[in-house]
Design a protein around this ligand. Structure first.
Ligand SMILES: Nc1ncnc2c1ncn2[C@@H]1O[C@H](COP(=O)(O)OP(=O)(O)OP(=O)(O)O)[C@@H](O)[C@H]1O
Ligand SMILES: [Mg+2]
Length: 329
């Protein structure tokens, strides 16, 4: 892989997304609130975005990809607001920031062979000069993700396994020499051994190709394996963020703690502690004021329902949205 410097930097700056539904858009739902996050730049890194279903992870990815505009705040790439890019800037953004989604079947047209999905981006972006060069690039990308070109090209999407399709999606993103890849639950549909192969591939992309990644998952275990930084989302707000080691080993927000306690223990005598993260029990209403996690928080006091806590920096540099962060163990 080329040793080309990947220095594109993607940022969400205090970005919010509000969805409107119902007659005349009467009902509004804040899916993402005042979120700031930066990825890429001088040093490649992997940021894991974790949180339970409905916490706003996909909304954040769509926002960062420019699929959705922020209701407030902004998203910028290479310092340029994505909402105000000219055609050239947008082309660079579209090429350098790539996506890998959860269900690769949706991404492929069932009537075309896989080759079509791989050749098209190369011709759209005018990356290769002729078919031979395109084919060489495609074969290299397939090999990078652990696929044999001879067994992959010429097939229709349904003739491949879910894991193969998933890796083809990663290969397709690689064809454009991206600086940043946003991967939304890229391993949730594959079995454990393939999951670790794909995660290893993502790590190699960072280490060998200098690609930065946003890795979206509800699985803290895999976040721990690959990420340098972790961002924890709860009800659309970042509640904790910092380096992986500190956030996962010594969480300071009660919600991060609850997520970690919900990881099944390898010891069969230790029951799963799902008490704090039972989505069914939670109901839909979050308090209009105060901390959104307060109704589920074992440490909440009356003080917590008065105002939403700010995302404050602790002495070790991490950010926590809690007026009484957990004491370090
Ligand atoms: N197009 C939409 N219109 C209205 N509400 C939406 C829309 N998309 C998402 N939402 C709502 O925004 C919130 C965040 O959704 P999002 O898909 O970002 O969650 P998620 O963390 O990706 O969840 P999952 O783990 O299930 O993928 C949810 O409450 C969801 O119902
Ligand atoms: Mg999602």
């Amino acid at each position: 892989m080329t040793a080309q410097r990947k220095d594109g930097r993607l940022e969400a700056n205090a970005a919010s997304v509000v969805f409107h539904s119902g007659f005349g858009g009467r009902n509004s739902k804040t899916a993402l609130k005042n979120a700031s996050l930066a990825i890429g730049g001088d040093k490649p890194g992997i940021v894991a975005v974790v949180g339970e279903s409905g916490s706003g992870k996909t909304t954040l990815t769509h926002l960062l990809l420019g699929f959705r505009s922020p209701t407030a705040g902004s998203v910028s790439y290479r310092g340029i607001d994505v909402a105000h890019m000219n055609a050239d800037q947008r082309r660079i953004f579209r090429r350098e920031v790539q996506a890998v989604f959860q269900d690769p079947f949706e991404a492929f047209n069932p009537f075309y062979k896989i080759d079509h999905a791989l050749f098209t981006p190369l011709s759209v972006f005018g990356i290769t000069r002729d078919a031979a060069e395109a084919r060489a690039k495609i074969e290299k990308a397939l090999e990078t993700v652990g696929l044999r070109p001879g067994e992959t090209l010429g097939k229709y999407p349904h003739q491949l396994s879910g894991g193969q399709r998933q890796r083809i999606m990663i290969a397709r993103a690689l064809l454009l020499d991206p600086h940043i890849i946003l991967a939304d639950e890229p391993v949730s549909m594959v079995d454990a051994s393939l999951r670790s192969t794909i995660l290893q591939t993502l790590l190699r992309l960072k280490d060998e190709a200098g690609i930065s990644l946003v890795y979206v998952t509800h699985d803290l275990t895999t976040a721990y394996q690959v990420a340098d930084r972790v961002v924890v989302l709860y009800a659309g707000s970042i509640v904790e963020s910092g380096d992986t080691q500190s956030v996962i080993v010594t969480p300071r927000h009660p919600y991060t703690r609850a997520l970690i306690d919900a990881i099944p223990s390898p010891d069969p005598d230790v029951p799963w502690n799902l008490e704090d993260v039972d989505t069914e029990e939670r109901g839909t209403g979050f308090p209009a004021t105060g901390c959104a996690f307060a109704p589920r928080c074992p440490h909440a006091t009356a003080e917590c329902t008065k105002a939403e806590p700010p995302l404050a920096a602790l002495d070790d540099g991490r950010l926590v949205r809690c007026i009484r962060p957990l004491v370090r163990a």
